[in-house]
Design a protein around this ligand. Structure first.
Ligand code: ACM
Ligand code: ZN
Length: 492
């Protein structure tokens, strides 16, 4: 195969002949396609091909085709030029990303392209990547690079994990101590580590993502993983505190008090500001790993259980989560949470992110909830690439081939429930990755394999073909300055 595209398109048909594309030629857009022209032109210019806008004809013609799927495109390369058709700006964007992969990596301004017809559209609507900015903090510039990496691989959902025991990263006007106290932890030597995003940082990231057809889903964790917030506002805990922003990794007992109405008001205030900043339909409310130790001993939590007829602390967690799921739904938002939110009953409007394997996703989709699959067995990129002593990474091993083998629709799911699987998302937890280059090392090339799982038709997935194409892709990553896991067996 001479056309080496990742993720693999729906169909690629190579033909006889070639076309020489080079800087100085022209680009035209017909009708509604004009809105997409600057983005396409910009992507090609970044790759060294600078095309001039013309009124008619030209080497690359963009044309609207409303019959194509929403994010899909058609790219035709003939001996007399290129034609890119799509129904939406996203389709043109993805078509241009594909065209970029056909250009030489040297950025020299000229490309000899084989004639071909490419038809393409994504398999899943939710092609997500998560980033934990709490265990380690990453500035806006890095977040933008992360979004570029996603866009190059046709990902379209950025899940921004903003709150944790070890740091709260979102400035909230009404609660200034979140940025003054919760955003900072004190090391053994007394040094301060942390950081936070201002509303203007958030707007910048959301806009940068929007230009790349990436939605931003913010995550505010409740009721657990809350100790950084409680360090600033201990009145929302079950006991008096004081608490510190946590400096170790793990799961901690200090969680939001489920018996205190003021805790609910605090979180609602936070969500009010979240809704003002994040336009996406979805808001992630966490829900994972919430120990019940404090609730069992807390008179207010126990009183709440009696008042609401809740039989167990698991039901109290469900009460807490259902409150916020309903609160968000009443404001036109779609709540999503980790699969623990299924325990004790789930609000019907909530979607589930299945991380403890596939079971939560299977149960939720069977019950009619929308689901994003993110099982730690296959899509956790903080895990080691290989089972080698000197290999970086945490907890377990997740090889490239294991990522590539992942099938997001659980085999046992009834076919008429399969549409509830919105897609798939990879996670990047950052306990072990303080620096951007550490993240690149953990993500690449596994994040490339997951892109193909998320985008390409199931029948187009082929491990040997992927390895072959990954070799060509490695040169693109290198040219883009991305350091990746150096597996000689894969890169050849
Ligand atoms: C998770 O990995 N605790 C969602
Ligand atoms: Zn309590």
């Amino acid at each position: 195969m001479s056309l080496s595209i990742i993720p693999q398109p729906v169909s690629v048909e190579e033909r006889d002949g070639t076309y020489a594309l080079h800087s100085g030629q022209s680009i035209t857009a017909r009708g509604a396609a004009s809105a997409a022209l600057p983005a396409v032109q910009g992507l090609l210019a970044d790759a060294g091909i600078v095309l001039e806008t013309a009124d008619d004809g030209g080497a690359l013609v963009l044309e609207e085709n409303a019959a194509l799927p929403d994010e899909g495109y058609q790219l035709s390369i003939d001996e007399d030029g290129l034609r890119l058709a799509a129904a939406s700006a996203a389709g043109f964007f993805y078509g241009a990303q594909t065209l970029r992969q056909l250009l030489p990596v040297d950025g020299a301004g000229t490309a000899q392209l084989p004639c071909a017809q490419i038809e393409d559209a994504p398999r899943f609507a939710w092609r997500g990547m998560h980033l934990d900015v709490c265990r380690h903090f990453f500035p806006v510039d890095f977040v933008k690079r992360y979004l570029d990496w996603m866009a190059q691989h046709k990902y379209n959902v950025f899940h921004w994990h903003l709150t944790e025991d070890q740091g709260w990263r979102l400035a909230v006007d009404k609660y200034p101590k979140l940025q003054e106290v919760s955003a900072w932890r004190t090391g053994e030597d007394g040094s301060q580590y942390g950081g936070f995003y201002t509303p203007s940082d958030v707007r910048e990231v959301v806009e940068y993502a929007r230009q790349r057809h990436i939605r931003v889903v913010p995550e505010i964790e409740l009721p657990g993983h809350a100790q950084a917030a409680l360090a600033a506002y201990p009145e929302y805990a079950c006991t008096d505190g004081p608490f510190e922003v946590v400096t170790e990794w793990g799961v901690f007992d200090e969680v939001f008090c489920a018996g205190n109405d003021a805790t609910f008001r605090f979180l609602e205030d936070v969500f009010e500001e979240v809704l003002a900043l994040f336009p996406d339909d979805y808001v992630h409310i966490g829900g994972d790993e919430c120990p019940k130790t404090r609730w069992k001993a807390c008179p207010r939590c126990q009183q709440r259980m009696r008042d609401e007829g809740l039989e167990s602390e698991e039901e109290l967690q469900s009460y807490f989560v259902r409150h916020f799921a309903a609160w968000l739904a009443a404001r036109g938002k779609k709540p999503i949470g980790w699969d623990e939110i299924l325990e004790g009953g789930l609000a019907k409007e909530a979607a589930v992110m299945s991380w403890r394997g596939e079971q939560g996703g299977f149960v939720a989709a069977s019950a009619g909830h929308d689901v994003v699959m993110a099982p730690e067995t296959h899509v956790y990129f903080d895990r080691r690439h290989y089972d080698r002593e000197d290999e970086r990474g945490r907890l377990s091993v997740n090889t490239l081939e294991n990522v590539y083998s992942y099938e997001p629709i659980p085999a046992e799911l009834d076919a008429d429930r399969a549409h509830h699987i919105l897609g798939v998302e990879g996670t990047m937890w950052t306990e072990g990755t303080p620096q951007p280059e550490d993240i690149a090392y953990m993500l690449f090339p596994r994040v490339v394999a997951l892109a193909e799982v998320a985008w390409s038709p199931q029948e187009a997935r082929d491990w040997n073909s992927f390895r072959e194409r990954l070799r060509a892709h490695g040169a693109r990553l290198t040219a883009a300055g991305i350091g990746y896991y150096p597996d000689a067996g894969v890169w050849g």
